[in-house]
Ligand binder design. Structure first.
Ligand SMILES: [Fe+2]
Length: 289
């Protein structure tokens, strides 16, 4: 078992849900086995994915992964929270969509369009700057996939970093599907990966190496370092610095389409947590929604 290093933290944003019970750790990482891949979309030749089995974190590992309060020295957090029911109710019929080809029709329904505009308004309440909330994406993934992201070469890229140079934008992703999905990540920033790689192999990377090169070098040199698997229930969202940490989505163990809403913006994490606390303390104004 490889000792976790202090790095990117998960913020428990609920009063009533113990996020600690939502987290598993992998046994490290490994090259995806292309030859035995059961997925319809194959893995790219150099894709690296979590190594099974998953296990529960120890108490010490939980202390390393979770924070109780924000630290001024870092803005790299992962947070999970629920979307209000009055917004989610617009997507109730998602269960009836069995085939991805039906999704275009589903998202053209007036009720669903209204739900999307409510999501946009809701996200604006915890953005630090006025985000371009028109640049959102709606997508789907097949069920029961260890990792989901498909790259330009039409193969699954495995664990990755979103942007080679890393902007200040973080990603929100809302689980609009009917089953849990997972956010996979390594709890270390790209700067931490860079330093750790240089300690072992001074020639492996240089200052001009892009994020992908650095994160691949880290996983090759530290194959026992665990990947965090964080469960995101239907109707919940996560925000994560996906341009600064190694990550992917995961639909392991599911049977239905994974449908999601996503966009990038600069988020007010502390404001988002405060909203969650207020929401979970207050009784619902209208119990029927
Ligand atoms: Fe990504």
């Amino acid at each position: 078992m490889y000792q976790l290093i202090e790095g990117v933290k998960i913020v428990p944003s609920y009063n009533d849900i113990m996020l600690e019970e939502r987290v598993l750790l992998s046994s490290g990482t490994a090259l995806a086995d292309v030859s035995t891949d059961r997925c319809s979309t194959p893995y790219c030749r150099d894709a690296i994915i979590p190594q099974l089995p998953w296990r529960k974190p120890t108490v010490l590992e939980q202390q390393i992964l979770f924070i109780r309060q924000f630290e001024n020295s870092s803005n790299l957090y992962v947070i999970v929270f629920s979307i209000p029911q009055n917004i989610l109710s617009h997507f109730n019929d998602i269960n009836s969509v069995k085939d991805p080809r039906e999704l275009n029709y589903f998202f053209q329904k007036d009720r669903v369009k209204k739900g999307i505009s409510l999501i946009q308004e809701h996200i604006e309440t915890f953005c630090l700057q006025s985000a371009d909330i028109t640049k959102y994406g709606i997508g789907w993934n097949a069920p029961n996939q260890m990792t989901v992201t498909v790259g330009a070469d039409n193969c699954k890229v495995g664990l990755h970093i979103d942007n080679q140079r890393g902007s200040s934008l973080h990603r929100i992703l809302i689980n609009l599907g009917s089953e849990p999905r997972y956010f996979l990540f390594i709890n270390l920033s790209i700067q931490q990966l860079y330093s750790l790689v240089l300690e072992i192999h001074s020639n492996a990377i240089s200052k001009t190496s892009g994020s992908s090169r650095i994160c691949m070098a880290f996983m090759q040199l530290f194959p026992n370092y665990p990947v965090v698997k964080l469960r995101v229930e239907p109707g919940e969202a996560y925000i994560a610095p996906t341009e600064h940490i190694t990550h992917d989505g995961c639909t392991e163990g599911t049977n239905s389409l994974d449908v999601f809403f996503t966009l990038r913006a600069i988020f007010d994490y502390q404001g988002r947590v405060q909203q969650s606390v207020v929401m979970s303390r207050d009784p619902p104004l209208n119990p029927s929604y």
